[in-house]
Design a protein around this ligand. Structure first.
Ligand SMILES: [Zn+2]
Ligand SMILES: [Zn+2]
Length: 343
């Protein structure tokens, strides 16, 4: 796509798309306009209603993830309407509401794709990282990796489900059948997952930055039986813990908090270095694992439980042009729940 600097007036808005574009990691996103693209083979054109702001977007913008497509339109928690359908697309009609997640395409033929682990595909495309994403009025997506969404959902409240919800869900399943579950980092993913886990009868222990009383009371309001600083030990040993904050020092902290045979799941795509720790906190069959990406099966499972789970979404809406402010607020820990851009 060829971008031109924004100088068209409001009257031209239907003819052009607008997007917040990253030219180079470490620089601010820039508002650009360009012609609305036409969907190619297997693609749908989506008119975006809302796009969530995920911590992974920060890692892309800050240059912590290697080899992004540049320039890139970030954003992989997209909710919108099908505006046009390309050749060979079945199952989607104009006007239908769809969601687009992080997993944008897979090769379909590598060993991981063949044995049902497409989240580990050798040649994937990721929305908002290696193909253009949702910080825009319009986007193209591979129809095979889009999901129908109910019309009844509020678009802004649905957007964070597409990554914070989905990756949270994959992490949760990876944590196993834990009656006492710790969540380290109480942002967008944990605020969804705490409600799902509490609803399923798990005892949720929420760990925030030390002294962050606001996030701790937010966590308790969403069903956590205890909330405290990540430097504290929970009142009972945990069966499993999920780390959402990109802070390597939380790995030994979580290992110390889980009981024998317990599991620590790292749910993020990037983390600061993990400090060395004594073997005895891993011993006794504690396990440390990471979660990467999602499969379409994860998405189908999670989206199917959403209507019954009664999840209350906490979102802060920003106009599309304020994407840099939304990213800064996420970086600074100034958000309760999830940030969402509205074009
Ligand atoms: Zn593959
Ligand atoms: Zn994400």
């Amino acid at each position: 796509m060829i971008w031109i600097h924004s100088e068209l007036g409001e009257s031209a808005i239907d003819l052009v798309m607008r997007a917040m574009v990253l030219d180079r990691p470490g620089t601010a996103l820039v508002l650009r306009e360009g012609p609305i693209p036409q969907p190619g083979l297997g693609e749908i054109l989506i008119e975006i209603e809302a796009c969530g702001v995920c911590r992974t977007d920060l890692h892309v913008v800050d240059g912590e993830l290697p080899h992004p497509k540049l320039p890139i339109v970030p954003g992989h928690e997209i909710v919108g309407r099908v505006a046009a359908v390309g050749a060979d697309v079945t199952g989607f009609a104009r006007g239908e509401r769809v969601g687009v997640p992080w997993l944008g395409a897979t090769c379909g033929v590598c060993p991981y794709c063949r044995d049902g682990r497409e989240n580990l595909c050798d040649r994937p495309l990721f929305t908002g990282y290696t193909r253009d994403g949702g910080y825009a009025t319009h986007t193209l997506a591979d129809a095979r990796f889009c999901f129908p969404l109910p019309n009844g959902l509020d678009a802004a409240e649905a957007a964070p489900l597409l990554c914070a919800g989905l990756i949270g869900w994959r992490s949760y399943r990876m944590a196993g059948d834990a009656a006492a579950l710790g969540l380290y980092g109480f942002g967008a993913a944990a605020h969804i997952l705490a409600q799902v886990a509490a609803g399923q009868g798990r005892r949720v222990y929420a760990f925030t930055r030390a002294g962050d009383k606001t996030s701790q009371s937010f966590a308790r309001s969403l069903g956590a039986v205890w909330a405290g600083g990540s430097d504290e030990m929970p009142p009972e040993p945990l069966d499993a813990a999920i780390i959402f904050a990109p802070v390597g020092a939380l790995v030994p902290a979580a290992l110390r908090a889980v009981k024998k045979g317990g599991r620590v799941v790292c749910g993020g795509i990037h983390m600061s270095d993990i400090p060395s720790f004594p073997y005895r906190i891993l011993w006794e069959e504690r396990q440390l694992v990471s979660v990467a990406n999602l499969t379409r099966q994860d998405a189908r499972e999670f989206l199917a439980i959403v209507p019954q789970a009664g999840i209350k979404m906490h979102v802060t809406r920003y106009p599309l042009a304020d994407a840099n402010t939304a990213l800064a607020d996420l970086r600074g820990g100034r958000l309760e729940g999830a940030a969402v851009l509205i074009p």
